[in-house]
Design a protein around this ligand. Structure first.
Ligand SMILES: [Zn+2]
Length: 236
């Protein structure tokens, strides 16, 4: 799907944010000796989030968090920690509702208020967005594009019908490829143990854990309003 988007997107609006203006790195051999992967965590912040941050910190791994806006103020210190430890923080709306089931004005408010809130609390303006319930339509895409946001889906969803940290870990470790985006939640304690196993095992296999914006910058071309299921374009 991404390849189609990129092919169609040759004339599309190109991002104007600082990182989006950068070109993808050369596809020559030396760059590809490192495999990149992006862990993403939705629906926090919770008590589990700080434990995940601890795991990532001791392993120098970076990740991307998509917090629910209405929970951000009560965990402002943790959100600032996330930013100061160089993780990316994406927009997941204020109230975690289906944007396709509300008026465009209300959907716009959900998105723009989350952007303002996250910028205020963390000092980072989001460049990436994950739609609650994966609900998207053309109107929502237009709002995202006008707010400088790219849509981030995923290529590995290890929690699907999985109830143990071991299963989640194994699904990621067995399926990981360069450029993958992994969909996780920082809402249950299994994510802590799973994260530990994923980072340890994939680091040993030569993977580097990067934020989604960094993954796209190094493996693809950033385009506002485009949808990324992996960080890779045809170069991967
Ligand atoms: Zn969510």
């Amino acid at each position: 799907m991404l390849r189609e988007i990129l092919a169609l997107g040759m004339g599309a609006i190109v991002g104007t944010t600082a990182w989006s203006a950068e070109q993808p790195l050369s596809t020559s051999g030396s760059v590809r000796t490192v495999k990149l992967i992006a862990l993403t965590y939705d629906d926090g912040p919770t008590a589990v989030t700080s434990r995940i941050l601890d795991v990532l910190k001791t392993r120098n791994a970076k990740a991307t968090f998509f917090p629910i806006g209405s929970k951000v103020h009560e965990a402002a210190a943790m959100m600032r920690r996330m930013a100061s430890e160089s993780h990316a923080i994406g927009n997941h709306t204020i109230n975690h509702l289906r944007l396709t089931e509300m008026s465009p004005d209300v959907a716009r408010a959900e998105i723009e208020e989350a952007n303002a809130l996250l910028t205020e609390v963390t000092g980072q303006r989001p460049t990436v967005f994950r739609p609650p319930y994966a609900a998207l339509n053309d109107s929502v895409r237009d709002i995202l594009r006008s707010n400088g946001l790219a849509i981030i889906m995923w290529s590995i969803y290890p929690e699907r019908l999985a109830f143990s940290a071991t299963t989640v870990r194994d699904r990621v470790v067995e399926n990981a490829r360069d450029g993958d985006i992994v969909f996780l939640h920082d809402t249950s304690s299994q994510a802590v143990e799973a994260t530990q196993g994923i980072v340890d095992e994939l680091s040993a296999k030569g993977f580097e854990f990067v934020t989604v914006p960094e993954l796209i910058r190094r493996r693809a071309t950033f385009s506002l309003g485009s949808t990324y299921e992996t960080g890779c374009d045809t170069a991967c």
